[in-house]
Design a protein around this ligand. Structure first.
Ligand SMILES: O=C(O)CCC(=O)C(=O)O
Length: 273
């Protein structure tokens, strides 16, 4: 699947894309059905919320479940990443961030490159983060917030936060966030199950607590161009995979998931928050 020229233009302008209907409800239902068993596994790849102990993020899923193994190779994800990168990509990180009903905690304001560079020695901010909503994401269950255009103002200063949540993250200070929001505003990325997000390594984003009675499972795969591979190996493999061989796109057989004769996915502008 290739992004249209309009989508490419919006990605470069805003730093992200929201693509509604990239996956269908049957596919997201089947992926969701695998989660309880994966979350029940006793593994360091399941990272729990600080307060509730619920799973916050379950990593390395493509090595733990065959359906997720297919998903990281799905052409609907791999091909746009290759198109934007202009070269083959490897699978850097695979996870579901569940943000559980009532107890899913905040993701602080950050951009992914600050962590990728500082922790893993990734040279350039060329990785891409692709999300698939495994259930509906609304204004109530902790959607991602993006600051449009924040990728164009150079990487903001970032510092390591090991206190706020259970997941150490290089975060952007409120005064820098305020400056960026002054220029670009805030967009809340909502949509029905099957919606995809694509965003770059220097886009500043966050998400609030989930106070609603609805879980918010979102699948995320980070693809990094092979020429931009990690140079430091201090974090576990499930956080940044060591296998930097190019991922090969998997095209679905007719009759599985979205059919060839269905409407193409419809790009959407997320609503302003
Ligand atoms: O799942 C979320 O709410 C935030 C995820 C995120 O910040 C990321 O994937 O970089």
């Amino acid at each position: 699947m290739q992004l249209s020229s309009n989508q490419l233009e919006r990605f470069h302008r805003d730093g992200f894309l929201v693509i509604e209907g990239l996956f269908d409800r049957d596919e997201t239902r089947r992926l969701r059905a695998r989660l309880p068993a994966l979350f029940a596994e006793d593994t360091p790849a399941n990272i729990r919320e600080k307060s509730s102990g619920e799973v916050r993020t379950a990593m390395g899923l493509h090595e733990r479940d065959s359906l997720y193994g297919e998903l990281v190779r799905d052409a609907r994800l791999v091909e746009p990443a290759e198109q934007l990168s202009g070269e083959p990509v490897y699978v850097q990180q695979v996870k579901v961030n569940v943000k559980s009903a009532f107890s899913g905690e905040v993701w602080q304001w950050h951009y992914d490159f600050a962590t990728h560079h500082s922790e893993d020695g990734v040279p350039e901010p060329h990785a891409l983060n692709l999300h698939v909503f495994l259930d509906d994401v609304t204004e109530f269950n902790g959607p991602l917030y993006f600051i449009p255009g924040s990728h164009r103002h150079g990487p903001a200063p970032a510092s390591l936060d090991t206190v706020t949540t259970s997941y150490p993250l290089w975060v952007v200070a409120p005064e820098h966030v305020a400056e960026l929001v002054e220029r670009g505003g805030i967009v809340s990325a909502t949509g029905p199950a099957g919606t995809a997000l694509v965003f770059g390594d220097t886009l500043v984003h966050a998400s609030p607590n989930n106070l609603s009675p609805w879980d918010r499972p979102i699948f995320s795969v980070i693809y990094n161009p092979v020429s931009n591979a990690l140079t430091r190996h201090q974090r576990p493999d499930h956080v940044h995979h060591r296998d930097t061989r190019p991922v090969r796109a998997l095209h679905r057989r007719q009759g599985h998931g979205r059919r060839g004769n269905r409407e193409p996915p419809r790009p959407l502008e997320a609503g302003r928050a």
